[in-house]
Design a protein around this ligand. Structure first.
Ligand SMILES: NC(=O)c1ccc[n+]([C@@H]2O[C@H](COP(=O)([O-])OP(=O)(O)OC[C@H]3O[C@@H](n4cnc5c(N)ncnc54)[C@H](OP(=O)(O)O)[C@@H]3O)[C@@H](O)[C@H]2O)c1
Length: 241
């Protein structure tokens, strides 16, 4: 699928990977709708040429209102990037965890975007060549000990994505999984390991999406997926470094 002259919604498009992806998709002459919570940030993004929708994915009424707005204003929606995410790092074994943090992480990373997807399938189905792209993580293939809830939310998103591919196989909606490597965004601020720039990542994955690959990612992550499947002990060592 050539990604130009399309109407595209990106959750988590107000910063990081989603924002850089949105900028590149604007250059390719798409209508790009960014969904996020911060009203001031959304106003500033409108000045850059984006359409915006205010929505907290942790709130079901917000998600339902966002869908109504899309149905009314953007009935030609063809591509949905479920890309929003939060990551809280703590050891579940020795930390007193605020229970709301556990709930938030699952609701933003998984539940909210599953609800959004379900409600948008009828809109996407009306157009001839549609696509859903879900952002997961290498940690969805193998969990990191100080990010168990994040890892579980991303494993859930991986499973949902695989199932969705089969559930929609006889429709005009294709489904892809996007697995970023460690990327230089707010989410990884303060982490010292090698990070890919979001610009380089977007340049790597967009041609893969256009070629119809069902998992779009870097070669480093493809190797990690095999390691986590074949040698879980080694995957654990890599993540514990
Ligand atoms: N960076 C990495 O190394 C890495 C690696 C693997 C996977 N990922 C995944 O890549 C995706 C993008 O992450 P990023 O690194 O670009 O992070 P980021 O810069 O922190 O961006 C996170 C985005 O999620 C949105 N968001 C957070 N809570 C939300 C909520 N309650 N409702 C609606 N939107 C919400 C934020 O928007 P507002 O704050 O404006 O609401 C923001 O646009 C995430 O799914 C992440 O898990 C990242």
């Amino acid at each position: 699928m050539k990604i130009s002259n399309k109407t595209i919604l990106i959750t988590g498009g107000t910063s990081g990977i989603g924002y850089i992806l949105g900028k590149e998709l604007l250059v390719k002459k798409n209508t790009v709708i960014l969904l996020g919570r911060n009203g001031d940030r959304l106003k500033a993004l409108e000045k850059e040429g984006f359409e915006t929708i205010a929505c907290d994915l942790g709130r079901q009424d917000d998600v339902e209102e966002a869908v109504l707005e899309i149905e009314n204003q953007f009935p030609g929606l063809e591509i949905l990037f479920n890309n929003a995410g939060v990551q809280y790092n703590y050891l579940i074994t020795d930390t007193v965890i605020p229970l709301t943090k556990i709930r938030d992480e699952i609701e933003i990373n998984l539940t909210g975007q599953i609800i959004l997807t379900q409600l948008l399938i009828p809109v996407l189905a009306r157009n001839s060549d549609s696509m859903i792209v879900n952002t997961t993580s290498g940690l969805g293939a193998f969990p990191k000990s100080d990010g168990l809830v994040y890892s579980a939310s991303k494993a859930g998103m991986r499973s949902f994505t695989t199932g969705l591919k089969y559930a929609l196989k006889d429709t005009n909606i294709s489904v892809a999984e996007f697995i970023p490597p460690v990327t230089d965004t707010n989410m990884t601020a303060g982490r010292s390991e090698n990070k890919m720039s979001p610009e380089k990542l977007v340049q790597t994955i967009l041609p893969q999406l256009e070629r119809g690959k069902s998992i779009v990612t870097t070669s480093q992550i493809r190797i990690f997926l095999w390691i986590s499947f074949l040698f879980p002990g080694l995957a654990n060592k890599i993540l514990s470094k």
